[in-house]
Each structure stands twice: as C-alpha cells, then as structure tokens.
Design a protein around this ligand. Structure first.
Ligand code: SAM
Length: 273
C-alpha cells in the first residue's frame, strides 16, 4: 500500500480571498482536513465551496489524535493540516503531526502562503536579508523584560503580541531600546481595518492611544535593526555631503566616518575633491 501525503497548508490571516488556488484545490481533494478549530476552518471551506471532512487537532490533544491520522496516512489516505490562520506550526500547532509523519516515512509537502510575520516584514521597509522571529514574548512582566535583553540585534525582530498586552509590550520595548528606535506596528493585516504604522518607539504609545479601537485586533510588531545594520544602510557620501554644508573637509570626513563606519581617509579624499 502506498502511503498518503501530509500536506501542510497555509490559510489566510484575515482576508479569505488570500487562499491560493493550489491550497483550495488541495483542501478539496484530500480525504481529511486536520484543523485547529473546525469552526474556523469550516468558514474558509464554505467561502470556497469546499465540502471537506474536518477533524479537530488542536494544541491540547494533537499528540493523542495524531496517531489515528498517521494510521490513515499509512493506509494511503491524504491529509491536509491547517491552523486557524496563516502557516501551521508557526506560533501555531502543527509540528507534532509533521514530526510523526517524518518518523513514519510519510511524505510531507508544504503549500506555502500567508503568514503574519512575513506580511509585516514585507511592509516594514527594514532591510531583512535576515531577521529574527521572536514569536510571542513571555506574558509575565519580568520574563518578558529578560527576553527583550536578547533582542538587541543588527537585524529586524518580528514579535507577535496579544491585544491586551500590546500597550505594555510597546512600553517595555521603549524602555529597553529607547525613544528613537523605530518600530513597525502592523494591525489587522489584510482585514477591513488594517493599519500599518512605522514610527519611533517614543511615539508608539500615543499612536496606540489616539483611537480607542486600536487596542483591539491582531498585532505584529517589527523592531528596527540595532545600530550596526542602521549604519550599513547609511550612504557615506550623502552623509559627507550634508556635513560639508557646515563643516570643513577634515571635520566632515571625521564625523562621516564615525557615523557610517566608512574609512576616514577615503571620505577626506572625497571631501577635498
Ligand atoms: N500561524 C500564524 C502565522 O503564520 O502568522 C500565526 C498564528 S499566532 C497563534 C496568531 C498571532 O499572529 C496573532 O496574535 C498576531 O500576533 C499574529 N496575526 C495573525 N493574523 C494577523 C493579522 N491579520 N494581522 C496582524 N497580526 C496577525
């Protein structure tokens, strides 16, 4: 008997039209759809006219219920694993079933698609040749502040936060990284009341408080890279040109070198040209 395939299917993070044609085809064709919450997934299935057999596989009993699904896969059935929104296993259940499938020698195939982390990063404008996905920070205040200690990195950091902790989280970020470090606040992405704001941490609390409904909804934060990356993104020649407007060449070159990390001699030669 040829075993079936476990498809790991990303689903929309708000706008149900974001389900890819391949995702909907797969959800239509598999024998079962393993869901986090069957009610949530049924809304998506109904929107695309899919009459699939759903089975609940939420966090609490994923391990127990996985055994039956692995047995079905061994018997040749195909299964799609979805979570309530976005990419399964990414701050969501899903990894256990996938690991069991690997152990059982069953083919696992991804159907990539929406993820709140990638969506927020894509509209941040921060250089993201690399980034850290921090997921949800610890909810206890002391543990959260400790976790922030490790997040001063020269690349962007993506954080998921629950609406009832967003104000506190922004406060903690400001206390740790200072007023001028930028943050991208991405709220209700792909939904009717989507908001994307890139602003200094010192202004984030006021932005959040400016409209009372802002503290509701779903949030992703992207913390700007720390100083090393910011320096790399500055153009030494532009910095030099600005400083030359009010400083002599040697002083402008010295400061431009300190600000951008570019060699002072090189900048001085450009300055006297
Ligand atoms: N697996 C999902 C993914 O791929 O993004 C993440 C699931 S995690 C349980 C839910 C968190 O993702 C929310 O608390 C929020 O931080 C973020 N999120 C999900 N949908 C979002 C949206 N439409 N706008 C902003 N953040 C969202």
């Amino acid at each position: 008997m040829t075993p079936g395939v476990l498809y790991v299917v990303a689903t929309p993070i708000g706008n149900l039209a974001d389900a890819s044609p391949r995702a909907t085809e797969t959800l239509k064709s598999v024998d079962r759809v393993a869901c986090e919450d069957t009610r949530t997934t049924r809304t998506l299935l109904a929107r695309h006219g899919i009459a699939a057999r759903t089975v609940a596989l939420h966090d609490h009993h994923e391990r127990r219920a996985s055994a039956a699904l692995i047995a079905a896969l061994r018997e040749g059935q195909s299964i799609a694993r979805v979570s309530d929104a976005g990419t399964p296993a990414l701050s969501d259940p899903g990894a256990w079933l996938v690991a069991e499938a690997h152990r059982a020698g069953i083919r696992v195939s991804p159907l990539p698609g929406p993820s709140a982390a990638a969506a927020a990063l894509s509209v941040s404008g921060f250089p993201a040749e690399r980034f850290l996905f921090a997921g949800f920070l610890p909810s206890a205040a002391a543990a959260r502040r400790k976790a922030l200690e490790a997040l001063d990195l020269p690349w962007p950091v993506v954080i998921y936060e629950a609406p009832h902790r967003i104000a506190q989280c922004l406060d903690d970020l400001r206390a740790r990284f200072g007023d001028s470090r930028e943050i991208l606040v991405a709220r209700e992405l792909t939904k009717k009341f989507e908001e994307v704001a890139r602003l200094p941490l010192g202004e984030a609390a006021a932005w959040l408080a400016a409209r009372s409904e802002r503290v509701k909804g779903e949030f992703v934060l992207v913390l700007a890279p720390g100083p090393a990356e910011q320096r790399a993104s500055l153009d030494p020649e532009k910095v030099l040109a600005l400083l030359l407007e009010s400083l002599p060449p040697s002083e402008a070159a010295r400061l431009a070198a300190r600000i951008t990390g570019a060699p002072k001699n090189l900048l001085y030669r450009k300055a006297i040209k």
